[in-house]
Each structure stands twice: as C-alpha cells, then as structure tokens.
Design a protein around this ligand. Structure first.
Ligand code: ZN
Length: 468
C-alpha cells in the first residue's frame, strides 16, 4: 500500500540541511583516489591527543603508513591502536589500502565494482569522543566518486559529516563510488537512501518508494518516525541470494548515526516487497535505544511484536493473520532453548535459541501493551509510552540495558508494567504464557489456527492493537 504523504526526490550529490553546531571538535579531511585503491586522511585535533584507535582488529593490516604531520615522525600501529609519542600529537596523516579493505568486505561480493562498501572500522583511526563534542569529516572526492555514510550531514556543505558519540552496535558502512542516492520525506524524518549497484540494473526510484512506505509504517505508532535523519542502505544480492525472500536480511547499525541495512533480492517484483516483514522489523528497532546484547531479547521482541502489529495496521495483512503470526511465533519461542532463560540465551551461543530471543520479548510487549490499554480505559498503550520515550530519549547516544528500558517505560506509564514481567521471566526458564491474555482478547486457537471472536472481554483492546 502506498501512502500519499510520502514524497521522494533524487539527488546525485549530497546537499543537506540538517543542524550543524560544532562547538569544539576534531577536523578530518578524507581523499579517495580515482580508481578507489587508496584512501588518504589528514586529521587536525582540537587539542593534543595521546590515544588513537580504529574499531577493527584488521585496520592495522590496511594501514599503508601514518605520520605525525607536524614532526614528520612515522607512527606504527599495534593491533587496533596507533603508537603515539608520549606527549601526544596535534595532527595525523595516514593512508589506507582501500582496495584491500574492500576485497575483504563480504558485502561487496554481490556488488558491481563501480561501488564498494568499506566499513569505517577498517579505516577510520580516531581519538575517543570523551573530550570533544564531535569529529567533523570532510570528503574531498573526485567528481566520479560519491560517498554515503551514516554520520550526520553538516548543514549547507556538501560531503561534510559530523560524527558524535553513539552506541557501537556494529560497524558503520561507508560506500564509495557511483550509486544512487535519494532522500524521502516521511512524517518526522528525511530518509537518506543509498541504493547500491549490483549485477543488474535496478529501478531505484521504485525501491525508494517501497522503503519510504515501510518506514512510514512506524509512524502508525505515534505519528512520527523516531530518528529525523536515518541512513538506509539497500544492498542487492540478486542471484547470490541465499533465500527467495524479497528482503532476505536486514539489520540496524548504530555507529555514529543509525543505519538500516537491507539486503534485497532484486529479482523479485517490486510489489512483493510491500508487506514483507524485514524492513518493518528493522525500522521498528529505532523506537527504542540500542539495547546491550545481554538483553537483546528485549529489543528483538519489541521489533517482532510491532512488525506484525504494523503490517496489520498498514493493511498488508488482516487482523486475523497478524494474530496468527504472533501465536505461531510464541509457540516457536516456547519450543526454543527449553531449560534456558532469555538472558542466558541472548548472552551466549544464541544460535540455537534464536526463537527464544525473538519471541520472549514479543510476549512481554503484548502482555505489557494489553495491561496498559486495559488498565487505562484505552488512554495508555505501548504506543503512547513509546511516544514519550521518543520525546525524552531518542535517538540515544549510548547503550541501554533491558531493565533500564523497561524501567523507563514504567516511569512514563506511572505504574509497574514491564519491570514485574522482566523480574518474572528474564532469568527464568519458563516461557511467558500468552494464552490467558490471547483468550481475553478473543484470539481463539483451534488446531493451531487463530479465530477472532467479538464477544471476548478485551475484543476492543485487540482490535485497537491491530486495526487497519
Ligand atoms: Zn531485529
């Protein structure tokens, strides 16, 4: 379903209009040569720094050379650190073997050589952001090379970005070369959409329309998209796709900005992308801060719950289908990693407990949502408390724990809803039982098939959750 308020426009270069405001910070200039083999960086620091590191252990292997640019002294790397003189340095100049880093980057395996992804972890050597507000990075590129990066674009300047403190959930992709860049306005946000080139030509405008529709489903929660300027990167996987799904994989990366990476199977018809769950799930993650991996089940569950609720609200699936999906998911969660708690599974080898990680938090989201709605005559809901969470706390520049999020939601609600559920289930091997709540909502299960009844105690609450 396409929504009329989505407007999309294309730009070949980045001309942006987001807030700037660099009070104090470090200044970087990044150059990439025409064949995209080498990347040269000059960094001038706001004050002397005595510690510089990259995020990846491999970064040292890609470093060609590094110098203190004031003294000319050569600097060596040790692991992911640069060895600096004891008195620190004011200025750093270094070169990176971009071709080699790009060759090691698996995401490039399905891309055309006209564009490459290189993680900032592999080439961005920097001091911590503890002592300055931000790092300003200017890309000085040949006319044939564009850059896409999740950092915040600086107002009025082309190819200049500002990196501020953020959680580091994974490593940000930087894209260099020729690719399509579009901006799409949805309520509360301008999506910055990068469409990479794969094996075959793409209808990037049609893909951007779809991404804008999927992102705007999040606005069905409280009217706004939670991040004003997220980066969305579409990576075609084409004939190398490991699944027939239109969007076989997606993830949210928080690293100097929020990026949603969506791997797309461009052999599928564009109509098949509408209503597919991956994008809805990933965008749903942005309604909460980055949650530490130990409590990963808290954020996965919330995204899993909203993915089904929102596809129904947006008209991509019926109310009944949404409850069928939730019921089946709860059953998969119940059968997964039996005898282990969600905290254990999320923390350790969670491969065999994937369904426990994804669905424990989804039951908790449902139980909390129903309690909020039923106990307030519909005045409160998970939607309303998430709206207040957005107003106070998003996008967040740090990592939260699961209980910290639940406690905040309870503070907003003014009553204990989520923390009692956390205490009951987080370290328990008991999978939370959704059946009594489903029965009250009029979600009847007969031979694993959901039937909705209108005469149930909370039938109105149910339809308020999933109504189109
Ligand atoms: Zn997820």
């Amino acid at each position: 379903m396409r929504r009329p308020f989505v407007t999309v426009f294309s730009r070949t270069i980045l001309i942006s209009s987001f807030a700037a405001g660099v009070a104090n910070g470090h200044d970087y200039v990044v150059r990439v040569d025409e064949p995209m083999q080498r990347l040269d960086v000059e960094a001038r620091f706001d004050e002397r720094v005595d510690r510089i590191a990259a995020r990846s252990d491999d970064a040292g292997r890609y470093l060609i050379s590094a110098y203190d640019c004031d003294t000319g002294q050569r600097l060596r790397s040790r692991g992911r650190r640069l060895v600096l003189p004891e008195s620190g340095i004011d200025c750093l100049r270094y070169s990176v073997n971009l071709e080699r880093a790009a060759r090691d980057e698996r995401r490039n395996s399905t891309l055309s050589s006209s564009n490459v992804i290189v993680s900032t972890a592999a080439w961005f050597w920097r001091p911590s952001l503890d002592d300055v507000e931000s790092i300003r990075v200017q890309f000085d590129l040949a006319s044939s090379i564009d850059v896409s990066i999740p950092w915040r674009p600086v107002e009025g300047e082309s190819d200049v970005f500002e990196l501020t403190t953020s959680p580091q959930s994974s490593t940000a992709p930087a894209v260099f070369g020729e690719f399509e860049y579009h901006e799409a306005d949805i309520p509360g946000a301008t999506l910055r959409v990068t469409v990479l080139n794969g094996e075959q030509p793409l209808d990037s405008a049609a893909l951007v329309d779809w991404v804008a529709e999927a992102a705007s489903q999040i606005t069905l929660v409280y009217g706004e998209f939670p991040n004003p300027s997220p980066s969305v990167v579409l990576i075609p996987v084409g004939s190398r796709s490991w699944s027939d799904a239109p969007v076989p994989f997606g993830r949210v990366i928080r690293d100097g900005g929020e990026t949603i990476e969506l791997f797309i199977n461009e052999n599928r018809d564009i109509e098949d992308f509408y209503g597919h769950w991956t994008a809805t799930h990933e965008f749903s993650h942005l309604m909460v801060p980055y949650i530490t991996s130990r409590h990963r089940w808290v954020s996965e569950g919330l995204a899993q719950y909203y993915q089904n609720v929102l596809l129904a609200r947006a008209g991509h699936q019926s109310e009944r289908q949404a409850w069928q999906e939730l019921y089946e998911g709860f059953e998969r969660g119940r059968g997964s990693a039996v005898g282990r708690s969600p905290n254990d599974v999320a923390n350790g080898s969670w491969r065999d407990g994937t369904m426990k990680v994804y669905w424990t938090g989804a039951v908790v989201a449902l139980l909390g949502d129903v309690e909020l709605r039923a106990g307030s005559d519909g005045q409160q809901s998970l939607d309303t408390v998430l709206r207040e969470l957005w107003e106070c706390c998003l996008p967040s520049d740090r990592t939260w724990s699961g209980p910290e999020l639940y406690r905040q939601l309870d503070d907003i609600a003014g009553r204990p809803i989520f923390m009692p559920l956390y205490r009951r289930y987080a370290n328990s091997t008991d999978f939370p039982d959704a059946m009594p709540t489903l029965a009250r909502l009029g979600v009847k299960i007969e031979n694993d098939r959901v039937r909705l009844t209108e005469d149930a105690e909370l039938a109105e609450v149910r339809s308020a959750i999933t109504r189109h």
